[in-house]
Design a protein around this ligand. Sequence first.
Ligand code: TXA
Ligand code: MG
Length: 344
Amino acid sequence: METLLWKKVNDPAEIDGSIKEAAALLQEKQVVAFPTETVYGLGADATEEEAVQRIFEAKGRPSDNPLIVHVADRRQVEELVSEIPPMARQLMDQFWPGPLTLVLNSNGTAAENVTAGLSTIGVRMPDHPLALTLLRVAGKPLAAPSANRSGRPSPTTADHVYQDLDGRIAGILDGGPTGVGLESTVIDCTTEVPIILRPGGITKEDLEEVLPQVMIDPALANEKEKPKSPGMKYTHYAPESPLWLIDGKDEFFMRQLDQLKVDGKRVGVIASDELADQMDHQPLIRCGSRTQLRQVAERLYGALREFKKSDVDVILCESFPEKGVGAAIMNRLNKAAVKKIQTC
Ligand code: TXA
Ligand code: MG
């Protein structure tokens, strides 16, 4: 299949020929990638089983992993769920459009494969002019997982989508790089106390300003527990070369790096500016200051895609503080890593 590429960087909200063409393809049950404020999504009509099936095929995604449905307005949510509890309304008021996915009880309107057989459905309103325009013109809620091949880091540019899915999908709307850089926070609102199933762009601290109590799925802290969100059990975000996550002081990181070099390994480094300033090593990717974790989040997936198998044997990456968006950064890095090395 030929994958069409539409550049739409200047005025993303304008309803031009590319939006119309993309929306028409969606109405014909094809899949189209589009930017959101978090990462690029791979969209298809959430009410059509055949369209949704194409997402699973293009990504190579396991069929028991449900998709997030993107909406342009609350009316579309009402059409998909059996009820919107008051706390979910509060969260929508505060954080929509934005990087927060609410898990609610489904009313069965979405295609069955969207929810992978669950009685609940994840919904979110993205905070991106291009995504919202596409949703409005298509006139359908769009199921959209991240637009990467399953297991790979999520795409934060149209080029990342192209690398993974060229020839496998109908088109890619290029709206430039995404802002948040990590996926939305997924919160289960079907329980009395809401539960964070996946940390993301909206932090636990943000949620606690609105809700009296928020829980975190225990599986996020303990690898032996079964996660409540099916997607959290899969290998994820893997770069081409094995990633080792180093947890310790900067000197400890430097010692690990030196040892690998002595062993003749070609090492790629992903580091904060503070750590990078202390070393004279190549190849190295800086992902921003430790004190500006939003910047680290924005650059992380790009960094994970940067090192090619042919260039490095190992990627060494530093650990970041688990405060604020740091919780989401470390959640992704722990999944991406094949090895974790801590100072004793
Ligand atoms: O920021 C994002 O959320 C991006 C953009 C494109 O919107 N999308 C995204 O989708 O990250 P995906 O499919 O890569 O991740 C969806 C996550 C998975 O972990 C999935 O298991 C979980 O959300 N999920 C979806 N529906 C669920 C449900 N009904 N109950 C529990 N978890 C659900
Ligand atoms: Mg994903």
